[in-house]
Design a protein around this ligand. Structure first.
Ligand SMILES: Cc1cc2nc3c(=O)[nH]c(=O)nc-3n(C[C@H](O)[C@H](O)[C@H](O)COP(=O)(O)OP(=O)(O)OC[C@H]3O[C@@H](n4cnc5c(N)ncnc54)[C@H](O)[C@@H]3O)c2cc1C
Length: 273
């Protein structure tokens, strides 16, 4: 049986500049018709853009009427950044199956969301999902642009300026939070170094059980990626030389690719993928 995760070809139907650093891409087309949402409000997909093999993760901002919306941060340099900064409407991309991680414990009395611009799509979707519940939701968003209209009306949000381009001080912000009484749920995502500091704070200072929080490194500052760290060419040639089928070769490639990718993304220790 193939170990390949499900993948879907999709076309970029629309590209919309939401702010200086945020671009909305609406994906669709017949290849995406079989896409299945997990329904988990911070769900994400891998996105492979034309001419690339490596994927990058993006939150499913919405999946409705056969259209999948992702909001892409356009930062200084990067595989997806450079592609999304251009007029990419009409391009064909690959989307991998959705995975999610947000797990609100039953009986949680409150919800705190903290994140930078990469986390804003997930924070918006989580807040929308909570709309019908009486659960108080408090948000801290560290973003470089004015995105006041991005979160649902009435959201209790503190907007914070990043200290510099590609920098974050969210760890410091969280250490200064006045925590609500009782038991709730803390969700946070952003730059990996900040997230590591926060996990320590939550475990050591606040002594939270791991079910009470979800803290994910969404990107890593300063880490220079190796484009195509796993080159499919040699994997394919080696597999053929060993008499493997294409299916087996791609399974080998995926295993190597995932190992490399997991390492790069430095995803949460409580990885639900
Ligand atoms: C579960 C999950 C969900 C995510 N959801 C979203 C989302 O909805 N929208 C979104 O934009 N991102 C999201 N991200 C983050 C995104 O996957 C990374 O930022 C990714 O590295 C961007 O790829 P790139 O090709 O633009 O840059 P890369 O090629 O990966 O990186 C190139 C360089 O840019 C730097 N870099 C990477 N990201 C940033 C950044 N945000 N700011 C400044 N410098 C950066 C790196 O350090 C590297 O040096 C998510 C990540 C995860 C794990």
């Amino acid at each position: 049986m193939s170990t390949r995760a499900r993948q879907y070809d999709a076309q970029v139907l629309r590209r919309e500049q939401l702010s200086a650093h945020l671009v909305r891409l609406t994906l669709g087309g017949p290849g995406l018709a079989a896409f299945e949402s997990t329904g988990i409000p911070d769900e994400w997909v891998g996105l492979v853009v034309p001419g690339q093999f490596q994927s990058r993760y993006y939150t499913v901002r919405s999946w409705t009427g056969g259209e999948l919306t992702v909001d892409v941060v356009v930062h200084e340099t990067g595989l997806v950044t450079e592609w999304a900064a251009r007029d990419c409407a009409g391009d064909t991309v690959t989307v991998t199956e959705a995975k999610g991680s947000f797990a609100l414990p039953e009986g949680a009395a409150w919800l705190l969301l903290v994140g930078d611009l990469t986390a804003l799509p997930a924070m918006a979707r989580i807040t929308e999902t909570m709309g019908a519940t009486p659960l108080p939701v408090r948000i801290w968003a560290e973003v470089p642009d004015d995105l006041a209209g991005y979160l649902p009306d009435g959201s209790a949000v503190t907007w914070l300026d990043p200290p510099g381009e590609g920098e974050s001080r969210l760890a410091e912000v969280v250490e200064g939070i006045d925590w609500p009484a009782g038991e709730g749920y803390f969700w946070m995502a952003g730059e990996s170094g900040q997230m590591r500091a926060i996990r320590k704070h939550l475990m050591r200072e606040r002594r939270l059980p791991s079910t009470a929080y979800d803290v994910m490194g969404y990107w890593r500052a300063g880490a220079q990626r190796q484009p195509r760290a796993v080159d499919p060419g040699p994997v394919y040639r080696a597999g053929k030389a060993q008499g493997k089928t294409d299916e087996q070769i791609w399974a080998d490639y995926d295993a190597q690719h995932d190992a490399q990718h997991d390492h790069q993304q430095d995803h949460t220790a409580r990885d639900h993928r």
